[in-house]
Write a protein that binds this ligand. Structure first.
Ligand code: PMP
Length: 459
């Protein structure tokens, strides 16, 4: 490990000098500097001052089995010694890639046919969009290329993935989205539901809007619909009752593919193996990353059914190759970690833990609904959010983002890392979290909320 102390400058100064941070206001970083995390153990991480935090976001929604899981360390070392790298171009392959593809197909709740490997959630979504286009060409429908995602969606940041993403900060100043990537209503009942509208009525309106969009664009021009079962970065948006049932009926009517982005939901987060199981989604394509390796190694995978795969395979034969793939795709270290990680999730029954401990934590969060600052508590399994407001009746905030930031900073001071998304704060701890640890986490949330109430003068 590099020794951060053995320099004239502090590590904070060195970070400011040379490290351009992701998702950070670069000028503000020059003033406030970094938070340096030095180690992790279980659900906890420690900073370079020795302060311990509950990692209430599992890193970036991803460290399912917690930090310092010895079994993952051991398989990496063993694989490094045997075959540290190989690829899957031109018919080549290796044991971990074969085994993992087979395991993923077995895990799927709907008939799936093939797995394609990529390195990140963004790359996977970009790859699926290219496959969608390739497939339409293969089918002799070159006009069927448009795709639809939702406002508030998060599908990544590469050019196609960022286009699919439905958040202003991912488009503004980047000249995105690309043409042909459209967005429809987010299934955010609390924010978008109209006065007197039930959840089911709102779900019907979402489906009607999708139907109208497809009609307006021309059904022959729309190829695929993208959705996270539970929207993550867009604010932990849990779909209203009957939403996916109604959406899938519209897609079936127009022969539009369903791409389920399981990057956050996959591998237990919602209390089932996939978010698609929780919401009865029967996707043609599933995009997986993050918890697949507990993020110990960058890795992602795309699983597809025959309806999706077969025309692509025919086209690759016609032009003698599928001209797409990544140097690191199906990396043996990622594949071996994924296999061991999935074995741990199964052996320790972490999917059931997500349901049980998640329900317990969510029930406790609901007790905070009385607070004048809490507009909504929402979640499922081990993913949840508190939506903060100044004015509960009007569901409004005076300065957008201020309450979320304040709450997030207060929780961090009190030893809990969470994530502010506008005025919502998210919780997505490692799936190994125990009931007692979930109670500790809740106590910090409750205490921080009281402190924020006092600070803004509503206590
Ligand atoms: N899809 C979803 C649902 C995500 O949450 C994310 C990342 N937060 C991505 C895609 C993009 O993944 P990556 O950051 O690995 O590119």
């Amino acid at each position: 490990m590099s020794d951060l102390k053995n320099f004239d400058k502090t590590p904070e100064e060195r970070d400011i000098a040379h490290h351009f941070h992701a998702y950070t206001d670069a000028r503000r970083h020059e003033e406030v500097g970094p938070m340096i995390i030095e180690s992790g153990q279980g659900i906890y991480v420690k900073d370079n001052n020795g302060k311990r935090f509950i990692e209430g976001m599992a890193g970036l929604w991803s460290v399912a089995v917690g930090f310092q899981e010895q079994r993952l360390i051991d398989v990496v070392v063993k694989q490094m010694r045997q075959l540290p790298y190989y690829h899957n171009f031109g018919h080549k392959t290796h044991g971990p890639a074969i085994e993992l593809a087979e395991q993923l197909i077995k895990l799927a709740h709907v008939p799936m046919s093939k797995v394609f490997y990529t390195n990140s959630g963004s790359e996977a979504n970009d790859t699926v969009l290219k496959m969608v286009w390739y497939r339409s060409n293969a089918l002799g429908k070159p006009e069927k290329k448009k795709v639809i995602a939702r406002n508030r969606a998060y599908h990544g940041v590469t050019i196609a993935a960022a286009s699919l993403t439905g958040l202003p900060n991912n488009h503004r100043s980047f000249d995105l989205p690309l043409n042909g990537v459209l967005h429809t209503l987010a299934p955010h009942y609390w924010k978008e539901g109209q006065n007197g509208e039930t959840e089911e009525q709102f779900a019907t309106r979402c489906a009607d809007e999708l139907d109208a969009l497809i009609q307006r664009e021309g059904p022959d021009t729309v190829a695929a619909f993208w959705a996270e079962p539970v929207m993550g970065a867009g604010g932990v948006v849990v779909p209203p009752a009957t939403y996916f049932e109604k959406i899938q009926a519209v897609l079936a009517k127009y022969d539009v593919l369903f791409v389920a982005d399981e990057v956050i939901c996959g591998f237990g987060r919602t209390g089932e193996m996939f978010g698609s199981i929780t919401y009865d989604i029967r996707p043609d394509v599933m995009v997986m990353s993050k918890q697949i390796t507990s993020s110990y190694v960058p890795f992602s995978a795309i699983m597809m059914n025959d309806r999706f795969y077969q025309p692509i395979a025919d086209e690759s034969h016609r032009i003698s190759t599928f001209g797409h793939g990544f140097t690191g795709g199906g990396h043996p270290l990622g594949a071996i970690v994924a296999l061991e990680n999935l074995a741990i999730i199964k052996e320790r029954d972490l999917v059931a833990n997500a349901k049980e401990t998640g329900t317990h934590f969510l029930n406790r969060l609901h007790t905070l609904s009385e607070s004048p600052l809490v507009g909504e508590v929402r979640g499922v399994g081990l993913i949840a959010a508190l939506e903060l407001v100044d004015d509960k009746a009007a569901k409004s905030v005076k300065v957008a983002g201020k309450l979320g930031r304040l709450m997030n900073e207060t929780m961090q001071r009190n030893g809990l890392i969470s994530r502010g998304m506008g005025d919502a704060v998210a919780f997505c701890p490692p799936l190994i979290i125990t009931r007692a640890q979930a109670d500790d986490m809740f106590e910090i949330v409750a205490r921080s909320l009281r402190e924020v109430e006092a600070e803004v003068g509503v206590a």
